[in-house]
Write a protein that binds this ligand. Structure first.
Ligand SMILES: NC(=O)c1ccc[n+]([C@@H]2O[C@H](COP(=O)([O-])OP(=O)(O)OC[C@H]3O[C@@H](n4cnc5c(N)ncnc54)[C@H](OP(=O)(O)O)[C@@H]3O)[C@@H](O)[C@H]2O)c1
Length: 325
């Protein structure tokens, strides 16, 4: 891919996040929506007209076969990600896949190995990691703005999305941890790395999916993280990172941070770096930068960390009593 040619995206599926992603994609110079693919031809046509895509395909197979597509954004429910990403790889397409990457760590590791074997770009669309405020907070924490980070607390709660089948149907990958808890878990990993112990508890639905939970993680450094997640309550969705010299408080909702405050004793300083669009533009820019530089992995969206976090989610789900899928 040259420095000047636009990055040509294909969007696989036409649901809620696909719509938001396409809206932000239009704001990023040097990127274009080449095509969309849907199981429903009418939905593909309507989506293409709304977002100015050049082609509308009535199946995912036709989308990945489109030679005018460089990279596919997979936006299906996570229960389908394994097969949909493989479809893209089989057609030789680079992939940005929505979170959670897959239903378990083994499947994630399989996809990562296949991407590496084929020399294709691959990343989980964990957009929080590319948010400029989160990046700056992580940089300040690593530089010692709080002293050594010894405590992280992060919680995320959504409610009122009862109509969405994918949040409740085990076959579609429903899991509050995979949908919502992945953010506080990734945030803790960003600041503290891999934990040494995890103690988790939660509540399951009648159909055996987790709807709310919490976990305490400890680290070799002596740090502790507490995280909580729910898909049935409107949590305050705050996060804080603390050490002996101060703390960094993220403005809610932390996973889409519009800023943060560094508190050191009586002093408080707020940083608010602007987001482009809804905040998805930053992951789009990162994928474009990687493709133009010929990189198949992003340092901001590291695949090995994605797999590690999936392993932690396997452990948490097991402690919650959720059957492996
Ligand atoms: N990054 C974020 O902020 C964010 C936010 C929300 C969701 N997500 C992730 O994005 C993924 C999709 O979430 P969403 O909220 O966009 O879901 P959604 O609104 O339900 O849309 C999912 C789309 O997937 C396709 N699909 C294929 N097989 C399906 C099936 N059996 N049942 C339902 N849909 C099926 C459908 O598109 P077609 O009919 O066109 O084929 C559908 O519109 C999930 O993995 C979720 O975790 C990320």
């Amino acid at each position: 891919m040259t420095d000047t040619a636009p990055v040509r995206w294909g969007i696989l599926a036409t649901g809620k996040i696909a719509d938001t992603f396409a809206t932000d994609l239009a704001l990023v110079p040097g990127h274009e929506l080449a095509a969309v693919g849907s199981r429903r031809p009418d939905a593909a046509r309507e989506f293409a007209d709304r977002h100015g895509a050049r082609a509308a395909h009535g199946s995912y197979e036709e989308l990945v076969a489109d030679p005018a597509v460089d990279v596919v954004y997979v936006a299906t429910p996570h229960g389908r990600h394994l097969e949909d990403v493989r479809l893209c790889f089989a057609a030789g397409k680079h992939v940005l896949c929505e979170k959670a990457l897959t239903m378990n760590a083994d499947d994630s590791a399989t996809l990562v190995a296949e991407a590496r074997d084929q020399g294709l770009f691959f990343a989980e669309a964990m957009w929080m990691r590319t948010n400029p405020n989160i990046r700056e907070l992580a940089r300040l924490a690593a530089e010692g703005a709080c002293g050594e980070v010894l405590q992280v607390r992060a919680e995320l709660g959504f409610a009122g999305r009862t109509a969405s089948a994918r949040l409740w149907d085990p076959a579609l990958g429903a899991s509050a941890l995979l949908d919502v808890g992945i953010y506080p878990l990734t945030f803790a990993h960003l600041l503290l790395g891999e934990p040494t112990t995890i103690a988790a508890a939660g509540v399951l639905s009648e159909r055996g999916i987790d709807v709310s939970g919490g976990a305490t993680l400890t680290y070799a450094s002596g740090a502790v993280a507490t995280i909580a997640w729910t898909q049935v309550a409107q949590g305050d969705s705050r996060a804080v990172v603390a050490g002996p010299d101060g703390r960094l408080e993220v403005l809610p909702r932390f996973h889409e941070a519009s800023g943060f405050t560094l508190v050191q004793g009586d002093r408080a300083e707020t940083t608010e770096l602007p987001l482009t669009g809804r905040g998805y533009a930053h992951e789009i820019e990162e994928v474009g930068a990687c493709l133009r530089a010929g990189r198949t992995e992003s340092a901001l969206l590291p695949l090995d960390e994605t797999v590690s976090i999936q392993q932690q989610m396997d452990e948490i789900l097991s402690q919650l009593g959720v059957a492996a899928r």
